[in-house]
Every structure is written in structure tokens, then in C-alpha cells.
Design a protein around this ligand. Structure first.
Ligand code: SF4
Length: 301
């Protein structure tokens, strides 16, 4: 029996749902019940009625699923699938920064650990970061942990943003030189980039969107060809949704930890019902409040 069939069978037996991020391997996206960005996945996780959520993404996403729906068993098939940017921020340093700037509101991008979220007033994703920041009372905002997203948000707010010095290595690898080269090769193509990209890349893009925002942008555009400035697997999703359009990836835009989730370890997780995401109830309660505050605000793009 094929791996896919065995997974489908066990999924039924366990009453499980499979959620996958847009950056997952194509074969993982293809067996998922839902594929989306962090905000879409958080929404799906919070309303999932299945007994088991198999989360195909990186650590902080699986944690958020558990925090938002603690009654469910959340399986993260490979615990080494961690986000390097989330690892650049730690709760003790955040507490120190809060002491230094007591009147600042703290925004935690969802790409943070549960411990860092617990220190925040509100969370955001790349789909609603501007909306979230502009919804706050204070005119001073500590923004964790992505300095590129913070600098992007700063373009759309009068508030002063104190950025945490973190970044996504995958999006940092997208440079002006690479985009300019692609533009020369494909002069008809529009350039869409993710707000985790460097400011100078944002400056030369035709559109700056979260991954889900890119889908909406393309849906509403009459252009045929696009250069996609985000993780390369996004093109699998785009090509499925828009088979008549042409997409170009940026060489080297790969998130290696996203690729650690495989059909093999998804099957093993369903067989053994592990590794399971476990967090203390106190931590989950603290981290849930900023996540729910974000979700009440909805999408921004
Ligand atoms: S693409 Fe970047 S932000 Fe997303 S999981 Fe990979 S390293 Fe983290």
C-alpha cells in the first residue's frame, strides 16, 4: 500500500486532520486537509473538531495550534522542524526590554515561542501586522522578532517601532541582485515579495504580501507571469490554484527546517500518536490571550 493511502486510512481511524503550511514539501501539501499561511492555519486549528491535529509546519505553528485548541491532541511529526527566526528571541531578554520601555505595547509575530508570546500584548502574522500595530493604544511598540517585518510595518504607521534584531534567513537570502536578474530574464513578470524580505527588496517589488495575500493578489490580477519572492514551495500551491499562470522562484529561497516534515514521519506520528505537543496550562493561558486578540482583528491583506 502506498504511503498516502496508509496515511489516509490511519487519519480516518484516529479522527485526525492534517494542516500544512504553504512552505511544506509538495507531497505533504497534497495530502493535507488544509494548506495555508500562519493566520489561516491558526484559524483552522482553533476550530478543528477532529480529535487529532497533525501539524505540518515548524515548532511555533504546532504550539499555536495546541494553545488555540488545547483539548485536541496536536502531533508535530518532526520536533527538529524549528524556525531559526523564532529561536532568535528569548523571553528573559523580552522582559528586560519591557522594563526599559514600560509604556510600550509588545507585538509578537507568531514566529515566536509560546514563552515569548506570553510576554506580548498581542500577536500578529505577516497578513495583519500593520492592522495589529495600528490598533494599539501606545505610540511606542516593541516588535518581536523580525526586524524586516518591523521596518515594513513602520512604513504604514506613525507609531515608533522598536524592532527586535531577528530575521528569517530564507527571506534574507532574497536579494536585489537576484530579483533584478529575474526581472531581466522575465521582463513581463510582476514581482511579489513577502514582508520578511529586506527593505531594499521591498522597495523594488510590485506587491508586498503574505503568502495568502499573494494568492489574493494574483486572483485579482490580469497578469500572466510572476516572480515569487518567498519560500520556493509557495509555487506548488500557486501552480495548483492558477494553472494558467507562470511563476518564477528565487534561487536559494528554501527553508530547510520546513522540509523536515515528510510523508514517512507523518505516517509514523499517526501510528505512534507522537511526538505530541505539550505545554503547561499556565503558559498556554498566557500565550492564548495575545493570539486571540490578534484573531479577533482578522486579516489585513
Ligand atoms: S521561512 Fe523563515 S520564518 Fe518561516 S519557518 Fe523558515 S526560517 Fe522561519
Amino acid at each position: 500500500m502506498q504511503l498516502q493511502e496508509r496515511i489516509a486510512e490511519l487519519k480516518k481511524e484516529r479522527n485526525a486532520v492534517i494542516l500544512a503550511h504553504n512552505y511544506q514539501l509538495p507531497e505533504v501539501q497534497d495530502i493535507a486537509d488544509f494548506v495555508g499561511d500562519s493566520l489561516g492555519l491558526a484559524k483552522q486549528a482553533s476550530t478543528a473538531e477532529a480529535d487529532v491535529i497533525v501539524f505540518c509546519g515548524v515548532d511555533f505553528m504546532a504550539e499555536s495550534a495546541k494553545i488555540l485548541n488545547p483539548q485536541r491532541i496536536v502531533l508535530h511529526p518532526e520536533t527538529k522542524a524549528c524556525c531559526p527566526m523564532a529561536a532568535m528571541c528569548d523571553p528573559a531578554s523580552v522582559r528586560m526590554l519591557k522594563k526599559d520601555f514600560p509604556r510600550a505595547d509588545v507585538v509578537a509575530y507568531v514566529n515566536t515561542s509560546a514563552e515569548c508570546k506570553a510576554e506580548a500584548d498581542v500577536c500578529c502574522t505577516s497578513a495583519n501586522a500593520v492592522k495589529v500595530v495600528n490598533s494599539l493604544e501606545s505610540d511606542l511598540v516593541i516588535f518581536l522578532p523580525d526586524e524586516n517585518l518591523a521596518s515594513y510595518v513602520q512604513r504604514f504607521t506613525d507609531k515608533s517601532i522598536l524592532p527586535w534584531p531577528g530575521h528569517c534567513p530564507t527571506h534574507e537570502s532574497i536579494t536585489v541582485e537576484k530579483i533584478e536578474k529575474l526581472k531581466k530574464e522575465h521582463p513581463q513578470a510582476l514581482v511579489l515579495v513577502h514582508p520578511e524580505c529586506r527593505p531594499e527588496v521591498i522597495d523594488i517589488a510590485d506587491g508586498v504580501r503574505s503568502t495568502e495575500g499573494m494568492l489574493n493578489f494574483i486572483r485579482g490580477s490580469d497578469k500572466r507571469e510572476f516572480i515569487i519572492g518567498t519560500e520556493k514551495e509557495m509555487i506548488h500551491r500557486l501552480s495548483k490554484e492558477f494553472p494558467d499562470r507562470i511563476f518564477h522562484e528565487v534561487p536559494g529561497a528554501v527553508c530547510p527546517t520546513m522540509k523536515l516534515i515528510t510523508l514517512e514521519n507523518i505516517l509514523a506520528a499517526l501510528e505512534s500518536m507522537s511526538p505530541e505537543v505539550t505545554l503547561s496550562p499556565e503558559l498556554m493561558d498566557k500565550a492564548r490571550a495575545p493570539l486571540e486578540r490578534m484573531m479577533a482583528l482578522g486579516r489585513g491583506d
